[in-house]
Design a protein around this ligand. Structure first.
Ligand SMILES: Cc1cc2nc3c(=O)[nH]c(=O)nc-3n(C[C@H](O)[C@H](O)[C@H](O)COP(=O)(O)OP(=O)(O)OC[C@H]3O[C@@H](n4cnc5c(N)ncnc54)[C@H](O)[C@@H]3O)c2cc1C
Length: 343
């Protein structure tokens, strides 16, 4: 049976990735339901085409044209389930805009994801890197994920445990191509305590009676704090944090601290997390700019496409940053967004 796939050829992806890199997809299809997804995967297998699942394009960098079939996740829909007392489950189709969903939940009086306001992208991509901000991670509320198992072509339900969440990581990230997420389900509550402990948020709310705050007011505070620090991709194309915060063991940290007493760090149970932004700043990169790409002048973790930069420009700059941080501190930075295609 055909579900009416509208496959387009040589589609420009510039407006479909927040780094605004002008590349083409050899073939491109909007996926509106699970049947279309199965048909598109079968078609790609028949034609021996590589596939790329694309949400909002806010966590990937195109190194070059994508010579395959882009599956653009356009599944829509949200609904409340299991509304019991103070809690309810919010189900979101994979193509729903994440930030809109945060505001929708907060306006409905439910708490749990308000700190994740203004993170670009889709609901379906949120579990892939277990999005997190201001002391909250997706895994704090995620109950289950409905996904297509690309091996069996069957729809499966995965629990939070199955997703194997970690810091900016999950089973999906470690096993790309195994599952495609169709829907996510989050347990929210009207009475759980708001998480306001993160430093920037605390400072912003210092004059406010936090006991009276609604989840919508917290989302608005998070948006204000984020807008002060992070560039809007619509005006300065970027992919948010380009590098993860590196984690090193205690012994290495102590050596590093001897050389750099003011190194910004966060103790963990099994090591020490370093602030990648601090390392990059100290290596002299904050505000750097060449003809096409650069580093944001208020947040050293963010690489910017200033003017028609290519994937090659972005990745060359990222390599230069990594090299200088390695030479100065002996610390390896790991790139956060996925790199698509070859250079
Ligand atoms: C300005 C800015 C700020 C950001 N701030 C944060 C932040 O605070 N915290 C944070 O964690 N992240 C942040 N990010 C990163 C990004 O927004 C998130 O990773 C987001 O979840 C990506 O969603 P997307 O739909 O754009 O995914 P895409 O970039 O389209 O895809 C990302 C990866 O997920 C895969 N994927 C997408 N949809 C699915 C699906 N349905 N099933 C299976 N795989 C899928 C893709 O193949 C790709 O590998 C920021 C990005 C920007 C540009």
């Amino acid at each position: 049976m055909s579900y009416g796939l509208n496959i387009r050829e040589r589609v420009d992806l510039k407006d479909l990735n927040t780094m605004a890199i002008a590349v083409n997809a050899q073939q491109f299809v909007d996926i509106e339901n699970a049947d279309q997804l199965v048909e598109a995967l079968d078609l790609a297998a028949d034609r021996q085409l590589e596939t790329l699942v694309l949400g909002g394009g806010s966590n990937l960098v195109f190194a070059g044209d994508f010579e395959g079939l882009v599956l653009h996740m356009a599944l829509r829909g949200r609904r409340w389930e299991q509304v019991e007392g103070e809690t309810a489950v919010l189900a979101l189709a994979a193509g729903e805009n994440w930030h809109d969903a945060v505001l929708y939940a907060a306006r409905s009086g439910y708490r749990g994801i308000e700190n994740l306001a203004l993170i670009p992208g889709t609901a379906g991509a949120a579990p892939v890197q277990n999005i997190g901000a201001y002391g909250v991670e997706l895994c704090d509320t995620l109950v289950s994920v409905t996904a297509l198992d690309c091996d069996s072509r069957k729809t499966v339900t995965l629990t939070a445990e199955d997703c194997q969440f970690a810091y900016r990581d999950s089973f999906f990230k470690r096993n790309p191509g195994r599952y495609i997420i169709l829907e996510i389900r989050l347990r929210l509550s009207r009475s759980t305590s708001l998480k306001l402990g993160y430093r920037d948020l605390q400072d912003y709310l210092s004059d406010v009676d936090t006991a009276k705050l609604s989840p919508l007011e917290v989302a608005e505070a998070v948006m204000a704090v984020r807008r002060r620090k992070l560039p809007d991709p619509d005006t300065l194309p970027n992919t948010g944090s380009f590098f993860k915060n590196p984690v090193i063991d205690q012994a290495r940290f102590e050596q590093l601290q001897k050389r750099f007493p003011d190194v910004v760090h966060y103790p963990l149970t099994d090591g020490v997390k370093l602030a990648a932004a601090w390392l990059i700043d100290q290596a002299g990169w904050k505000g750097y700019r060449n003809a096409r790409v650069g580093i944001h002048n208020r947040q050293a973790l963010v690489l910017i496409n200033h003017s028609q930069g290519t994937g090659e420009d972005v990745l060359t700059l990222a390599e230069d940053v990594r090299r200088s941080v390695r030479e100065k501190f002996g610390v390896e930075l790991e790139v956060e967004p996925g790199i698509i295609g070859t250079r």
